[in-house]
Design a protein around this ligand. Structure first.
Ligand code: ADP
Length: 644
């Protein structure tokens, strides 16, 4: 199996990356190559037009032996040719740009879909390696840097959720975060940056060729300038990038202090800490200012001092050399004019070259990260030709199941268990005993290392997962409410449910009393942040599960977050559901399982006790111990409350 850790796969070579990127651009290769052809035509056309100024100068402007009419005719002829060249070059460049944007956007769109689809196909063992924030980061910041859409990523990636990465990588995050609608992003590396790279080299090549027609020494001078210019600028801009990152950190620090000051204003005032807080803010602001100045200085040093300095030395050398040649009658004024224009035209590609190498370096980090995720192979996929699971009765069995998240740290050890259709089973045990892992295996979120998990006799790994999941449902500890009506939230569990089905599910879940209090009933708008009580939320969650009419219902600490009175009420509702469906409830608090038909006590991945609550509580063992502990806690708490 390939490594699941994408960081291990950051070592994809540039060549491998290029191959992967090319796969994405390939469907648009026709347009891509057409753009490159246009580029190959447009550059020489525009440069030849510049070169022709030599003829305008020598054959017309400076040709004192000709009549005025002859000189004017020559001007018109050559300038006309230049105009045609420029026009053709502009049209070709325009088409090229449009094609490149098209390819870049289409390829980015394809890659985003591919990434999104892939993310969903990955096993939980991969996904849980990162915080949700990190996933969000991969799919927003990295993606946005491929498809910059004009809103800032920071809004969706709160501070503190930044994946812990090296400074270099974080710098890239920042660049990725600064959304620039004119930047084609990461896919643009192929569709835009690469052609620009070709253009740069090609344009410089043509520049050197045309200069060599004037005087080979000039093209050598250009060559002697290009190499140090590129190197010096590259290193100078490395420093700028570092300074920019430091500045960004400074500003973030200042913003964080400001945020704390405003959010904690009450506490600051109450503790009389205003002066200290001000000092802290001024310190942070001064730090940001200093770093801003450093950035400015680095920028000025790179652009004005180094780049401009080298440029002037080069231009000056060319002028001196050519002036000397003209004075000696070995070159013409036309040569002078054309050279001036050609060396000026070489500046732009040179600047581009330096910026592109910087951009390349920055774009490589998110590209690597995205392709590292894409290179992670999905496991637990349906085997080829897997059959659909027919309607089930609701029997779930574990047969000699072994499971570990990390090799050598077993979590489930040789577990055997059969849950009969319609049974109400409780799974209890201390924290870390493996209760949730058992449900994870039952839902095929993870695969057993050995043994079989079967539903109605079918191994869950050998059937079409979707056909199985359609017949089961889970209620987690806290139900997430999507923005929308209660009916929509319940309907999430089963898109085909009618309004009657939804009402029925809510009724079964015991939600009718609180719905009756709301004028809009099931059409009441809710949201994750809406003031919906814990009990109401869990009932909506229960209804969401029930609307699927599941044959197996998993309750994963579904009442753990509720206050005792609400918990009692929800538990009563759950007990009312038993009968025609298998219910498997995981609980840390034993109160949630006392009414189960059967309770299994799990410890260190093994079943250590099994029986009804009455059986278990009356025999010495872990269950009795847990029961006593929990009663003592309750009694202790009650005593404390009384004392208060
Ligand atoms: P319980 O539900 O009984 O509290 P779990 O099934 O959640 O126990 O966990 C069992 C053991 O597996 C614990 O030691 C826990 O730290 C570990 N574990 C749980 N999830 C993961 C995971 N995604 N990666 C690695 N270890 C995990």
């Amino acid at each position: 199996m390939k490594s699941l850790n994408p960081e291990d796969r950051h070592d994809l070579s540039v060549l491998q990356l290029a191959r992967e990127l090319w796969k994405i651009v390939r469907p648009y290769r026709g347009k891509f190559f057409l753009a490159i052809c246009f580029l190959f035509l447009a550059i020489p056309l525009s440069q030849f037009a510049l070169f022709l100024t030599r003829d305008v100068t020598n054959q017309a402007l400076n040709a004192s032996s000709l009549t005025i009419q002859e000189r004017w005719d020559t001007v018109l002829r050559i300038v006309g040719l230049q105009a045609i060249f420029w026009l053709a070059s502009s049209l070709l460049s325009t088409w090229r740009e449009v094609l490149e944007w098209f390819v870049s956007m289409r390829a980015t769109f394809d890659l985003r879909l591919k990434f999104y689809r892939h993310l969903h196909s990955l096993p939980l063992s991969f996904l849980t390696q990162f915080t949700p924030g990190a996933h969000l980061y991969r799919s927003t910041a990295d993606m946005v840097s491929m498809f910059r859409v004009g809103n800032r990523v920071e809004t969706s990636t709160p501070a503190g959720q930044m994946p812990p990465e090296s400074k270099e990588v974080q710098m890239t995050y920042w660049y990725s975060n600064d959304v620039d609608p004119y930047d084609p992003g990461v896919m643009g590396i192929v569709a835009r940056s690469m052609p620009l790279f070709i253009e740069t080299i090609y344009a410089l090549g043509w520049g050197m060729f045309l200069l060599s027609l004037i005087d080979p020494v000039l093209s050598l001078m250009l060559l002697a300038y290009i190499v140090p210019f590129a190197l010096v600028s590259y290193f100078a801009f490395n420093r700028v990038r570092h300074a920019a990152f430091e500045f960004k950190e400074g500003i973030e620090n200042e913003a964080a202090t400001l945020r704390d000051s405003i959010a904690g204003l009450r506490t600051i005032k109450a503790f009389g800490r205003t002066a200290q807080q001000m000092g802290k803010y001024f310190g942070a602001a001064a730090g940001a200012r200093r770093k801003g100045v450093t950035l400015g200085v680095e920028l000025v040093k790179a652009q004005n001092l180094k780049q401009q300095g080298m440029r002037w030395i080069f231009t000056f050398s060319v002028y001196i050399y050519l002036a000397n040649r003209i004075v000696q009658g070995q070159a013409t004024i036309g040569d002078w004019v054309a050279t001036a224009l050609l060396i000026e035209a070489a500046q732009m590609p040179l600047q581009n070259f330096v910026q592109l190498t910087q951009l390349f370096k920055m774009q490589l980090v998110p590209i690597r990260r995205i392709f590292a995720t894409l290179a992670t192979e999905p496991t637990l996929v349906d085997p080829p030709g897997a059959p659909e699971l027919p309607p089930i009765q609701g029997e779930l069995s574990f047969d000699q199941v072994e499971f570990a998240y990390q090799p050598g740290v077993p979590v489930i050890r040789g577990l055997n268990l059969t849950v009969k259709p319609g049974e109400y089973l409780g799974i209890v045990g201390p924290s870390g005993a493996g209760k949730s892992s058992l449900v994870n295996l039952a839902l095929r979120l993870y695969g057993a290392d050995a043994g079989h998990v079967r539903v109605d006799g079918h191994d869950v790994r050998e059937i079409q997962l979707a056909s199985y999941l359609a017949q089961v449902a889970t209620v987690p500890q806290s139900t997430f409410l999507y923005t929308g009506t209660i009916a929509e939230n319940v309907g999430f569990g089963n898109p085909e449910a009618t309004e009657d089905d939804i009402r029925h599910a809510l009724d079964l879940a015991g939600a009718t009393p609180f719905l009756a209090l709301r004028p809009e009933g099931i059409h009441t708008e809710v949201a994750e942040t809406a003031p919906v009580s814990g009990g109401e939320r869990q009932r909506i969650g229960l209804a969401r599960a029930l609307v699927r009419n599941p044959k197996i219902l998993f309750l994963d600490e579904a009442t753990a977050a509720l206050d005792p009175a609400t918990e009692d009420a929800v538990l009563k509702t759950i007990q009312g559901l038993r009968g025609d469906r298998t219910i498997i409830t995981i609980a840390h608090r034993l109160k949630a399982v006392t009414h189960c038909d059967r309770i299994i006590v799990l410890d260190q991945g093994q079943i250590v006790q099994m029986g009804s609550h009455e059986d278990l509580v009356s025999q010495p063992g872990l269950y009795q111990q847990l029961w006593r502990q929990q009663w003592e806690e309750i009694a202790g708490h009650a005593l404390e409350v009384k004392r208060d």
